[in-house]
Structures are given as C-alpha cells and as structure tokens.
Design a protein around this ligand. Structure first.
Ligand SMILES: C[S@@+](CC[C@H](N)C(=O)[O-])C[C@H]1O[C@@H](n2cnc3c(N)ncnc32)[C@H](O)[C@@H]1O
Length: 218
C-alpha cells in the first residue's frame, strides 16, 4: 500500500520498532496500516481533526487489525495522554502546522522517545520552531516524489541541535533540490529587482547565496 509513495516508504523506514505509536493527522491511515502489517508497531493510536478523514483510517484498519488500533478525533496530541505512546508520526502537513501541533502537545511530545516530522512545505518554519524550543535531531532524510522534495526528520525533545537545510546535505536528493531552489530564487530575484525595494532585493540575494553555499558543500 505504501510502496507507490517514496514519502510514505521513507517515513516507514525511519520508524523504529515500537509498542504503541501515534499517527497524528492520519487521514487514510496508510502509515498506520504499514506499521501494523509488518508488526513494526504492536499498536497504533491514529488521530485526526476531521471526522471524514478519521473514518477513512477506521475503514482501512478495521478489516485486519482488530484490537491493535484506536482512532481518536481531535487536534494533534489532544486526544492522547502522556505515556500512551512511545513515538509519534506527524506527516503530510505544512511545517507551521506541525510546529503548532508540537507546541500545543508539549506534555506528550516531551514524554516521547522519538517523533518523526515530515512537512509538505514550510520546512523552514518548522526548523525555526525546533531551534527555538530545544530538540535533538536523531535522523534526517530527503525524498523526491513527482518533482517535489520532502524532508523528514526523527527528533526528540530536550536537545540543542541546530536545524537547517544543511542537515540534509548527505541525502542523495539534496543536490537536485538545492539546484531547483536556487533557480527558483534567481527567478524571484529578477522579479523583485524591478520593484526597487532594497530590503527585499537584499533578502532574496542572501537566499540565493545561501543555496549556492549549500551546493558548494555537496
Ligand atoms: C494531507 S493529510 C496527510 C495524511 C497522512 N498523514 C499522510 O501524510 O499521508 C493531512 C491530515 O491532517 C489532518 N489535520 C490537519 N490539521 C490537524 C490537526 N491540528 N490535528 C490533527 N489532524 C490534523 C487533516 O484532517 C488531514 O487528514
């Protein structure tokens, strides 16, 4: 079921064996299904803020995994109590939303052995939150799927690591992503040049230089 998605497969491979995992914002429940099917997780608590989304997971998981999963409606970690899960997966959302979910679920997040986060966009908003809040980076990976690049990180509360795109330089897909991002920013630089807004022009120039520096490190 997850084989057709490099993003889901990468998250699956990053997930360690666990007694009970939280699948936060589970939607269809594909990652929960894969973790239960392979016994990588003995149990899953799948949550979603949307009832129709959660019902998709109920439908998918009900057939085969009776007694090994629970589905709970609610915002982020709110439907989960401290100690119920040892790890969590928050994937397929924007970086700012993932940061907000981590912040609102602080009590549960602080009790986890690990948490895998995979933003679809806005990764830098998530880096900013993690840098401000004290997290350890346990593992980082990057996958390309249908021309888009998705970072994923296994993190734990309580560290002091610095999060940035530099954490992904070792990944095979980093160089193509960096070249694409630099080309995009050069297009933005040409567009803002005509605006005459010096602050904006300087900022975009710095962004282009930052990606040039990443490319040189590859
Ligand atoms: C695009 S789907 C991603 C599904 C799956 N995690 C994946 O990556 O394939 C995003 C899901 O997150 C849910 N969601 C959005 N905000 C949420 C929140 N604050 N708490 C829990 N779930 C949320 C949405 O209802 C939706 O089902």
């Amino acid at each position: 079921m997850i084989e057709s998605s490099k993003r889901l497969t990468a998250v699956f491979h990053m997930t360690p064996a666990v007694h009970c995992v939280g699948d936060i914002g589970c939607d269809h429940g594909y990652i929960s299904h894969a973790l239960l099917e392979t016994n990588r997780a003995e149990k899953v608590i799948a949550t979603d803020i949307s009832a129709p989304s959660l019902n998709k997971a109920v439908t998918l998981l009900s057939g085969a995994f009776c007694g090994r999963f629970e589905t709970r409606l609610g915002d982020g970690f709110a439907p989960i109590a401290k100690g119920e899960i040892q790890g969590a997966i928050i994937m397929g959302m924007g970086g700012q939303l993932i940061a907000d979910i981590l912040a609102r679920g602080k009590d549960v997040v602080n009790s986890l052995d690990w948490c895998i986060v995979q933003p679809m966009q806005g990764a830098e908003d998530l880096f900013d939150y993690l840098n401000r809040s004290g997290f350890e980076l346990m593992e980082a990976d990057l996958v390309e799927e249908r021309g888009k690049f998705y970072p994923l990180m296994k993190i734990a509360a309580g560290g002091s690591d610095v999060f940035s795109w530099e954490d992904f330089i070792h990944c095979d897909d980093f160089l193509p992503m960096a070249e694409k991002e630099k080309a995009r920013l050069e297009g933005v630089a040409r567009a803002v040049e005509v605006s005459g807004k010096k602050d904006l022009i300087d900022k975009v120039k710095r962004d282009v230089e930052r990606w040039e520096a990443y490319i040189e490190l590859c």
